[in-house]
Design a protein around this ligand. Structure first.
Ligand SMILES: [Zn+2]
Length: 129
């Protein structure tokens, strides 16, 4: 199965569906993320909150952490779909993971941007000594 078999709309629908499984008892703001790997597989994530609020993890990061634990690496991903606009920290993750584009909902619109558009003038691996 190639990465072209899942459309951006279908991927966003997967993110919408998985958002129902978010663990967000504090904010009640459920977020879903569906990442399309280049091998055609879709890896999903949700936000996971904690009573110690700053320890909560975003849907994008749970999706990519799950993917990495299963053997995927930066560059193995084509598209990430998110039910909300990615936060600043997740923009850094999206850049590191090397997705081609990010599709997300923002104020009733569906927006598609590249990681570099989401995080211009970024700090990345090549900046390290
Ligand atoms: Zn985030």
């Amino acid at each position: 199965m190639s990465a072209g078999t899942v459309t951006d709309e279908e991927l966003l629908a997967r993110a919408d569906a998985v958002a129902a499984r978010a663990y967000a008892p504090y904010s009640r703001f459920h977020v879903g993320c569906a990442v399309l790997a280049r091998d055609g597989r879709v890896i999903e994530g949700v936000n996971v909150e904690n009573a110690a609020y700053p320890l909560g993890v975003c849907a994008e990061r749970t999706a990519f952490s799950r993917a990495v634990a299963e053997g995927y690496r930066p560059g193995d991903f084509a598209v990430a779909a998110v039910t909300a606009s990615p936060c600043g920290g997740c923009r850094q993750w999206l850049l590191e993971m090397g997705v081609e584009r990010v599709v997300f909902r923002n104020g009733g619109r569906v927006v598609t941007m590249t990681p570099n558009e989401l995080l211009p003038e970024s700090f990345e691996a090549s900046d390290l000594p």
